[in-house]
Design a binder for this molecule. Structure first.
Ligand code: ATP
Length: 371
């Protein structure tokens, strides 16, 4: 069991700033997903927490203890990587046992611990295989077993499902939270897959260009993304974006998209005239109303795209705005080329400042906790 604190940490390689003044407090037993695009600094962050490199500035504490200068083996941190990093000349058993060999543990105790974790991860039948004789899924589980076997107080998982097939990834996404809870470890889980981050993280820390752009629960980040870039990283199909300007009105302000006008939720009257980017998620646009109703968009179905178990429609307005909707999959009357009218629930409309890309919260209606 452990807490982890990063306090204004900066990591440089030469002149390059790879982690730029980042702060994060992880509670005991909490899983925080570190999510971000390739090159954001996720692996550098984990390696630094594990003690394989040191920050140039800031504090790094585990259980309130300063870890700067403390050797990796004295940090009681377990780590599993995306490329499995198994020792090729050792069997799966010996790979899993390796963290225990460093301690004064008897062979019987080692065997007992390895067998228990192997049973849990369903790899007990391949323990005498060398890594080259394991499937990717078995390698991944072996690496995970090695990270878990010494019951580390802090577990660092670096995109452990990246190199496994979609079916196993789906299974592990369901299994892992239970497994991690059972071990009671505090976990940092790096991923480039937003679904994995949402399924596994109690909270998600979105890392972009070496900075945490937003830290929050999956729901907070999905429904109230701090920036357009964050909104675009979460969701499939991607969030619909329209350039517009807030117009005053009573009782509530509105935004124009082409000829249509969409009513905004309360709290935006004070920013009339401001250029904004309007964001609406595809599942928040539904077919409804009739043409000309206030708060509706008239469009035509341009394409039908199957996506997993859903049907997504690409719609285009008369003036050429394209957007997606994933609602009403079963509507037979809305085939390609058909005219339609869609409306958005005002509460689901997001506004971003066009200059900065940051979300504009409705005045007085929510706390603005974005970083
Ligand atoms: N030892 C190093 N020396 C110099 N630059 C480095 C070093 N290690 C990493 N970097 C740079 O730091 C940046 C962040 O790398 P990092 O591996 O942490 O990205 P990442 O977010 O884990 O990406 P991915 O998801 O692709 O693994 C990259 O620009 C990388 O080139």
């Amino acid at each position: 069991m452990a807490t982890l604190t990063l306090d204004h940490v900066t990591k440089r390689f030469g002149k390059d700033i790879v982690l730029d003044d980042i702060s994060l407090a992880v509670a005991d037993g909490e899983t925080v997903a570190i999510f971000g695009p390739s090159g954001a600094g996720k692996t550098v962050l984990l390696r630094m927490i594990a003690g394989m490199s040191e920050p140039e500035e800031g504090d790094l504490l585990i259980n309130g203890e300063d870890m700067i200068g403390v050797a990796p083996e004295r940090r009681a941190v377990g780590m599993a990587f995306q490329n499995f990093a198994l020792f090729p000349h050792m069997t799966a058993f010996e790979n899993i046992a390796s963290p225990l060999r460093a301690h004064r543990t008897t062979n019987a105790e080692v065997a007992e611990s390895v067998d228990a974790i192997a049973r849990l991860l369903k790899i007990e039948h391949v323990l005498d295989h060398a890594p080259r004789a394991l499937s990717n899924g078995q390698k991944q589980r072996t690496a995970l077993a090695r990270a878990l076997v010494a019951a580390p107080r802090l577990l660092l998982l670096d995109d452990p499902l990246r190199n496994v097939d979609a079916k196993l990834r789906f299974e592990m996404r369901l299994e892992l939270p239970r497994l991690l809870e059972r071990f009671g470890s505090t976990v940092l889980y790096v991923t480039q897959d937003y679904r994995e981050a949402m399924a596994l993280g109690h909270r998600i820390a979105v890392l972009m260009d070496g900075r945490f752009v937003q830290i929050g629960t999956p729901e907070e980040i999905y429904l109230r993304p701090a920036t357009i870039a964050v909104a675009e990283l979460f969701g499939d199909p991607v969030i619909n974006l329209f350039e517009s300007r807030v117009e005053s009105g009573l009782p509530d302000a509105s935004v124009a998209i082409g000829k249509a006008r969409l009513l905004l939720p309360p709290g935006y009257a004070g920013i009339a005239g401001r250029p904004v980017t309007v964001g609406i998620r595809p599942e928040h646009l539904r077919f409804a109303g009739s043409e000309g109703d206030s708060g509706t968009l008239s469009a035509r179905v341009a394409a039908m795209l199957p996506l997993n178990d859903r049907l997504v429609r690409l719609l285009v307005t008369e003036d050429g705005h394209e957007f997606y909707t994933s609602r009403d999959a079963g509507r037979q009357d809305l085939g390609e080329g058909r005219p339609c009218v869609v409306s958005a629930d005002p509460d689901a409309i997001l506004l971003f400042d066009r200059a900065t890309g940051r979300r504009i919260a409705p005045e007085g209606l929510e706390g603005t906790r974005s970083t």
